[in-house]
Ligand binder design. Sequence first.
Ligand code: HEM
Length: 467
Amino acid sequence: MEILLMSLAIILGCTVFYLFHQQRNLHRPPCISGWIPWIGAGFRFGKAPLEFIEQARIKHGPVFTVFALGKRLTFVTEEEGFDVFFKSKEINFEHAVEDHIYRTVSVPKSIFLTSHGLLYGVMKNKMKISNLCQFSEKLVEGLHEQLESLGTDGSKDLYNLVRHALYPVTVNTIFGKGLYPTTQENIQEFLKHFQIYDDGFQNGGQIPECFLRNWSKSKMWLLNLLEKSIPDLEKNETLDDLTVMQLIANTLRPRAKQDKVPNYAVLMLWASLSNATPVAYWTIVYVLYNPSVYENIMEGISSVFGEAGKKKIEISENDLKKVPLIKRCVLETIRLVAPGMITRKVIEPVKILNYTVPSGDMLMMSPFWIHRNPKYFPEPELFKPERWEKANLEKNAFLDGFVAFGGGKYPCPGRWFALLEIEICVALVFYKYQFNLLDPFPKQNFNQLLGVQRPSTPCRVEYKCRK
Ligand code: HEM
C-alpha cells in the first residue's frame, strides 16, 4: 500500500513538474535542438549558418531559439524585435562579446568590461563625421601611392588589388606610419597571418585554441608585431592630431591596463581591415558587372575631376557629394553583403512578440537576412543603387531596415570613416584604370557570420592605366 501511495505521489509530482515546465516553455520561442547533448543543433547550424537561419525562420516564425554548443541563441528576424534588440535595458552588448574578445585577443573579461565604454567613446569621437576631413587627404595621398606601385598595366585578382591598395593606407591612417611592412617579403608574411587570423576569427571565439593551431600561431604573430611596433607608434605624437591607436593607448595607460594595448591594437587592426576591404572589392565588382551603372559613375567622375586619367587628383568630401552615385553604390553593396549576425546578451527576461526570452540567452539579429526582406527592400536580390535616392544621405540617414553597422548604444564607431575610405578608393580606381573582366561574376558563398561576406571564387581582371 505504502509503495503504491509513494508511486502515485511521484507520478503526480512528475506530472505537476512537467505541466509547470510546459507552461513556462509555452511562452518561450520555439527551440531547435538535436539529440546529442550540449552539441544540440551545432553541426547543422555550423555547416551553413545563414541558410539554416532562413529555413528556421520560414518553419518557426519570426522569433526562434537554436540550441548549439551549450548555448541558447535566440533569433529576432522582424521589426517587432528590433527595438528590443537595440534599445532594451534587459539586453547588453558587452556581455555578449566578452567571451569572444577574450578568446580572439586575450583581453580578460574584467578589463574589457571596465574599459569598453571609455574606449568606445574615444573611437566614436575620433572618427565622427565632423572629423573626417582629418583623414581624407591622408587617404587620397596613400591610395595614389599604392595604385601607382601597380604599374601602368597588368592582370591581378581584384580582391588582391583592393587589399594591396587599402590595407597599407588604412593601417597608416589608423595606426600611423611604421606598422605596415614595406618590403615585399614582410608584406607577404603580414598578409598570410592576417588572412589566417581573419578567416578563423569567428571560430576562434567558439572553439578551444588547441584545435586551431594555425590560427593561434597567426594571432601570436600579430600580437608580437604590435608589441614590437607600439613604442615607436606612440613616439610619433603630435599633440593635436593623435592617431586612433595613440588615443586607445592613452585611454588604457592611466588605468594600469597598459600591457593590454597590443591586444586592443590587434582587435582594432581586425575591425579596420576586415569589413571595409571586402566592401570596396564588392562595390567595384557590382559596378563593373552593371555596365549602365558603370557608365553613369564614369560620367559623374569626369564631370567633377575632369576626364579620367593619370593626374594626381585631390578628392574632398565635397567632391564626393557631387557624385552621389558612388555612395549609393557603396551602400547598396553593403546591403547585399552585410554581416551575417550581430549579437547581444539577455541579462533579464525580456518580452519579444508573445514570447519571453530568458536571461542568459544570446540574442541574434542577421543584417544579411533583414536586408533581403522585400518588406524593407523590394526586389532585395537585385543591385539597385537607385533605391538609395530615397535616403537622406546629405543628413547621413540610411534607409529604414538598414542595419549593417549595428545600432543602439554601440553601433560601429568606424562607419563614417569606412564609407569615406571606400568611396575614395572606388573613385580613384575608376578614375585611373580601365578594366577587362576575365572571370564570370564571383561566386557568393554567403556563410560569414561575423562581418561582411567574402568571395569564394577569384575575379581576375586586366587593368590598364588611362592616358
Ligand atoms: C563597411 C565596413 C564596416 C562594417 C559593415 C562594419 C560593421 C560593424 C558592426 C555590425 C559592428 C557591431 C555593431 C553592433 O553590434 O551593433 C561593428 C563594430 C565595430 N567596428 Fe565596424 N564596420 C565596418 C568598418 C569599420 C572600420 C573601417 C572600423 C575602424 C576604422 C571599424 C571599427 C569598429 C569597432 C572598433 C567596432 C567595435 C565597437 C565596440 O566595441 O562597441 N569598423 N562594425
